[in-house]
Design a protein around this ligand. Structure first.
Ligand code: WQD
Length: 313
């Protein structure tokens, strides 16, 4: 029996695929290759190219493979782009999940793992997000992912499938250069690129109500995130899980702290540009990780230094 990983040629999906293969699980991948890269697919793993919102591709996969569970990563993930292309985000992130779930249930699949995001919380009072907090996404991206969670919950509650949504915080680093995030749209790759090119990195806002005035986030290494998936599917084989679990370190880091760690690693000293705040940036967003510890025994292990040194560009 195999795990079907949608988006398995993407940055996070490929880390999960490699981790599962090295732990003796069988994997097949569905990816549209719009952002995914063939070279990230582990050797010996079948890659099906197709749109996750198309029933045809699932019919083909389920007729050719024996699938124990689906790990659904395929999604569009830019907050900014989601505000410009809301219909496309809904089609892929919400209806795509509905299609995958319907097809999975029709073919007797037992487990469905959905990737979700800290963006479902929106602005959290106190800056620490607990799964029981009220969700209040402030972007189209966040709301399409929250709707996907709700669709999965309705299937799970009806008893047709077991599942969980994993809410990632800020995923960074890579296990090898080949699997790195090539999108250069988040703080780690952007700032590392700038520092390596001896350019001044930017800090978006330095008067937030935080210790040093810059935003605080919960940065988690992608290999820790991949390990959490293995724990989640093994837990689901034995039992059910809560609807959603936060996947982070439980510790917040400011933008200045991240830039300091990068400069220490690179042995450089750069000027830092203070730029205006980005619209919609919460001052602080940190995961409460108690539930993932309780139900999965998951604790992120990789340090900030490792996150920095494995941000390959
Ligand atoms: C981190 C912090 C910036 C660049 C987004 C999505 C989230 C998830 C991850 C997909 C912020 C600051 C950044 C720079 C800076 N996406 N910053 N200078 O916005 O926390 O999260 O990506 O699943 O859902 O919302 O991540 O890396 O863009 O920013 O000061 O050059 O770094 O303001 O405080 P973000 P990010």
């Amino acid at each position: 029996m195999s795990w079907l990983i949608t988006g398995g040629a993407g940055y996070i999906g490929s880390h999960i695929a490699h981790t599962f293969v090295s732990e003796g699980e069988q994997v097949v991948i569905l990816d549209s290759l719009s952002n995914g890269l063939v070279e990230r697919v582990p050797r010996g793993v079948s890659l099906y190219e197709g749109d996750i919102a198309s029933e045809e591709v699932y019919k083909k996969i389920f007729s050719q493979e024996k699938i124990e569970g689906v790990i659904n990563l395929a999604a569009l993930k830019s907050v900014e782009e989601s505000m410009r292309l809301p219909d496309e985000y809904r089609r892929v992130n919400t209806y795509g999940v509905e299609t995958a779930l319907k097809m999975a249930v029709n073919h007797g699949v037992e487990i469905f793992l959905q990737t979700s995001t800290a963006a479902v919380y929106g602005n959290v009072e106190g800056g620490v997000a607990i799964e029981s907090n009220k969700t209040n996404p402030i972007s189209v991206y966040g709301s399409t992912k929250l709707d996907a969670e709700k669709i999965l919950n309705s299937y799970v509650e009806s008893g047709t499938i077991k599942g969980v949504s994993l809410r990632y915080f800020n995923v960074v680093g890579a296990s090898t250069p080949k699997l790195r995030d090539t999108s250069i749209s988040n703080l780690f790759p952007i700032a590392m690129n700038e520092l390596r090119a001896h350019k001044a990195p930017s800090v978006f806002g330095n008067d937030y109500p935080t210790l040093d005035g810059s935003c605080i986030r919960d940065y988690v290494h992608v290999q820790d995130v991949a390990d959490a998936h293995l724990l989640a599917v093994r837990a689901l084989r034995a039992d059910s899980l809560p609807g959603a679990l936060n996947i982070g370190t439980g510790k917040g880091l400011s933008v200045f702290e991240v830039l300091d760690a990068m400069q220490t690693y690179l042995g450089t000293q750069a000027e830092i540009k203070i730029k205006p705040k980005r619209e919609g940036d919460p001052a602080s967003l940190i995961a409460n990780v108690d539930l993932a510890w309780k139900h999965l025994g998951f604790r992120a292990k990789r340090s900030l230094e490792e996150m920095v040194s494995t941000t390959y560009i």
